[in-house]
Design a protein around this ligand. Sequence first.
Ligand code: MG
Length: 396
Amino acid sequence: MAVDLLEARGGGPDRAGFAPYAASEFNSLGRQHSEPPDKFRTLYQRDCDRIIHAAAFRSLEYKTQVMVNHADGSFRTRLTHSIEVAKLSRTLSRALRLNEDLSESIALAHDLGHTPFGHAGQDALDDCMKEYGGFEHNLQSLRVIDKLEHKYANFRGLNLSFETREGVLKRCPKEIAKTLGPLGERFLKGGSPTLEAQLVDFADQIAYTNHDLDDGLRLGFLDLEEVRNLALFSRAYDEAEKASPKLSRHALLHEANRRMITAMMEDLILATEKRIEQVQPDSPQAVRACTERLAGFSAELRAELSSVTRLLQEKYYHHHQLAQATGQAVRVIRELFRVFMDRPQLLPTELHQRAHEKKAVRSEAGQARVIADYIASLSDRHILAEHRKIFDVARN
Ligand code: MG
């Protein structure tokens, strides 16, 4: 019906100027549970809306990107990061005549499986889950949209389109891929996701590289002179300084940052366009059949970008002030996991019940998975409050 409606208006994705290799409701591999199409929204617009209405999306607001629960609200969180990635993804998709709505839905969902406390939290939870199948945030994002969000009458999860789910699943070990049906196939036989999904990965990289440079400089963890040694940044900075020599440091940094984002976006669009021209895919299926990805930066930009990444790794992600917060994150997650395993009655009632049922069917691993899902779902603030509540009571 939605398709009829769009066609009646003279619209419809293909006629709206989409490239033949763009994903659309006409070539979608559909939803797991079939549903009548929406009257007004396209397939992927509806995916976006379902993600935004998910509890896991809301808790991104207080989940760490790099800085743990910083008092100054001007630093990035997973929520603002996801919004930046969604905006960049839409721009990339539009420039390449791809489906903007699909790239937005993948971008909005790409970090839903992250634990509190960023990568330190993920590593700590993975360690707790070592004997029970481990924990990986990207697989968890799929688990959130497929299983954990549970509020629709006719299915578990959000029942998103195949293309959104395919885009969210960036990595997958073979043993798990075998259990995922068509979604796992590319991890077993080789192949690529849609171009929309490929571009979201790069939008993610453009977003975090630039916002981490910005946050790192503002926090004083990164030194401007050092950052100016990076070719990619210094070109943007010099250009900005030349155009407006009297700018304040604050405005100059912003000018440099936005120019660097533009340079990366332009490079990505042109280099991807070149590869598309060489391969000439005529459908999303033809894109999926490519063993090498079509989206990507030029070789020159890749080389420049690797120096930026190296600096961020050394000076920002491993800064000693962050290491302190990391230590606390690891301790909080370990202690909570252990106490919930020993005393599952401390879990919220509904989860206690589920942990009990899972333990009966799948022994300890079932209970551990319920606990990992719960811990992963908490924001930085929520897990600290939970930890205080349980351990302060225990101490008194
Ligand atoms: Mg991300």
